[in-house]
Design a protein around this ligand. Structure first.
Ligand code: FHN
Length: 613
């Protein structure tokens, strides 16, 4: 039974007053609510992306020739070499002079594409224009491009797009749409111009001039001059949704099946585009309900730096790649070719080793879907049809691999690379264990393939009490129904949202060892449109109805008490939460719900007897 202390309402009002007092943010930001920015054929367009898993990112421009050094000054290792213009405050005129000398005569499009193929990559994303403002293709919008400005005179994007076509690789472009240190109206230059405006405010006139006379026309050129583009990779998010939607519309008009990454819009707002981009080198701790991709550096910088030699080993790349795939994401691994067009030799060695592992285990990677088990202590998992692929990183000393919660019968189990080696499987009491050979056949991951009697079904995760007795319910262990989604946002981190009606439910299974009274604490963010919406929370037979509080903006989280529940007996329970009525905006962005045992009444806290003492 729920006891709701009378003082709770007062506490909530106090909370709100504190929140409102701290709400000094600009109102310029406008939440897009349910605008998805997606075209009707997005799902279909996403097909190749879902299948592909692995892409090659290329950061290449006049900065590559400088290789992290200018006038005896060095871009510190750990900082981005492609940012040399800004890091060392190279004046626009001087950088333009340096760009005249960019002459990558050793560039070989076919060799680059073959390198991507060697590693098992299915798409290439190249910087058509990075923040330095220099176009790496023939642009008629400006002469500040590789064909008109350099002795090279060739269009590497044309050559790459053709080589990609020949080799069956998706050709994709990166375009820095907000940031441009060369144009007097672009964002970011604070040494020649005064344009480092931050992420919320900008000089409207100057910036819109830049958008109209450079960014949009250049994007139009890229979408019309290079055949089908797999995806457009924007960076450092646009100021507001209206501006971002103009870029989206341009793409939808000119190449409706080109995908758009999640960095097209402002990072702090509802994401636009077709899939979410993690932060640089980001990795979610578990699966999400939306498509995502993570951009990863092979050393520590994106553009070439002669000082940065801390390369990831092939093993590290494979482990990280498989972690991404098992969590339902794509892995976009970067290379920084040199200024002369050569790719550092060491990269060939790494890619060859990665590629040979990927080739051996291709079936377990491409076209698979997310691991249904939650994180596994010994490695990773993917699924395709009625097959489960288990990637064993930590080979168990007793050679017994435990797979918890599989609810289908295993028909056969073997090593993926040698399916004549059948493995013995025992299934009892919800546990599946597989007998492994004594030595792992592959490094850094050995892959097993299990065939089950139908698409794998898995027992839902059960949250147990931590050392303080708390039950911490977050996106990792949530089961989402209807439109409710596990999501990521650069500002808001991992959370649950996109729920607008009662059918959009989220549930958790919890195991309560210690019966008693638990305080329920919800941790969420909500904007004005969601304020006052009702939600229902049910746990152990108790129903709570609460109204959503305004927290300042989306992704500004606050913790709100949502009452108490008395759990009389130890055992397993379900906690569910959903909007009470249908609406046209998200209920809230929910980060977590905590059930906290109430043992003693804390001084100044909420009492369970309604006294507040
Ligand atoms: O500033 C850029 C950086 O140079 C690089 O392009 C990365 C790739 O994801 N994106 C930006 C930083 O997030």
């Amino acid at each position: 039974m729920i006891k709701k202390p009378l003082t709770m309402k007062i506490k909530l009002i106090c909370f709100l007053l504190v929140i409102l007092a701290s709400c000094t943010r600009s109102t310029e930001k406008k939440e897009v609510g349910l605008i998805s920015g997606k075209s009707p054929d997005t799902e279909q367009s996403l097909e190749w992306f879902r299948e592909a898993k692995f892409g090659m990112f290329i950061h290449w421009g006049p900065y590559s020739r400088l290789a992290g050094e200018w006038n005896g000054k060095q871009v510190p290792v750990g900082k981005n070499a492609e940012w040399i213009m800004k890091e060392l405050k190279i004046p626009v005129d001087e950088y333009r002079e340096l760009a005249h000398e960019f002459n990558p005569v050793r560039f070989d499009a076919k060799k680059w594409v073959r390198l991507a193929k060697t590693a098992g990559m299915k798409y290439i994303v190249i910087t058509a224009k990075h923040h330095d403002g220099f176009a790496m293709y023939k642009s008629d919008v400006t002469s500040y491009d590789i064909v008109d400005w350099t002795p090279f005179k060739r269009d590497p994007l044309k050559e790459l797009s053709e080589a990609c076509k020949e080799e069956g690789i998706k050709f994709c472009v990166y375009y820095s749409h907000r940031e441009d240190w060369d144009h007097p109206g672009g964002y970011g230059n604070n040494w020649d111009y005064d344009n480092d405006w931050g992420s919320s405010f900008y000089d409207k006139e100057k910036f819109e001039k830049y958008l109209e006379e450079k960014a949009k026309p250049q994007l139009r050129e890229l979408l019309t001059g290079y055949g089908p583009i797999g995806l457009v990779w924007f960076d450092r998010g646009m100021y507001n949704p209206e501006q971002a939607l103009e870029f989206i519309d341009l793409i939808r008009d000119l190449q409706p099946s080109a995908l758009i990454n999640g960095r097209v819009g402002h990072y702090d707002q509802e994401f636009l585009g077709d899939y979410q981009s993690m932060g640089d080198n980001g990795m979610p701790p578990g699966g999400l309900d939306e498509y995502w991709e993570t951009p990863i550096t092979l050393n520590r910088t994106w553009g070439f730096s002669k000082f940065d030699t801390l390369w990831k080993s092939p093993e590290a790349v494979i482990l990280q790649f498989v972690a991404a795939v098992s969590r339902g994401g794509n892995y976009l691994l970067n290379i920084g070719p040199k200024g002369d067009g050569e790719i550092p030799e060491v990269i060939f060695g790494i890619f060859e080793k990665v590629g040979s592992w990927v080739e051996r285990n291709a079936e377990s990677i491409y076209g698979t879907s997310v691991n249904p088990f939650g994180e596994l202590p010994w490695g990773y998992c993917t699924v395709k049809g009625s097959k489960l692929y288990l990637f064993v990183r930590d080979w168990p000393a007793d050679k017994e691999l435990d797979l918890p919660g599989l609810q289908k019968t295993v028909i056969s189990a073997s090593l993926l690379t040698d399916q004549s080696v059948k493995l013995r499987v025992r299934q009892a009491e919800g546990k599946t264990s597989i007998e492994l050979p004594s030595v792992p056949p592959d490094q850094p991951l050995s892959v097993l393939v299990l065939e089950t009697n139908g698409p794998p079904e898995v027992a839902p995760p059960v949250v147990i009490q931590d050392a303080s007795g708390n039950l911490e319910l977050n996106y990792l262990t949530a089961i989402t129904h209807g439109g409710a989604m596990k999501r990521f946002n650069r500002k808001g981190g991992f959370h649950i949202s996109k729920w607008t009606g009662p059918e959009d439910t989220v549930e958790w299974n919890i195991n309560v060892k210690v019966p008693g009274v638990y305080k329920i604490i919800t941790d969420y963010s909500a904007n004005r449109e969601s304020e006052g919406k009702s939600f229902e929370l049910t746990v152990a037979g108790s129903h709570i109805e609460e109204q959503v509080n305004y927290t300042g903006d989306w992704f500004e989280y606050y913790k709100f008490p949502a009452g108490y529940v008395n759990i009389n007996n130890p055992g397993e329970y379900k906690l569910t939460i959903h909007p009470k009525e249908s609406g046209n905006t998200f209920l809230m962005h929910l980060r977590s719900i905590t059930l906290e045992p109430v043992e003693v009444t804390k001084k100044g806290g909420w009492g369970i007897n309604g006294t507040g003492n």
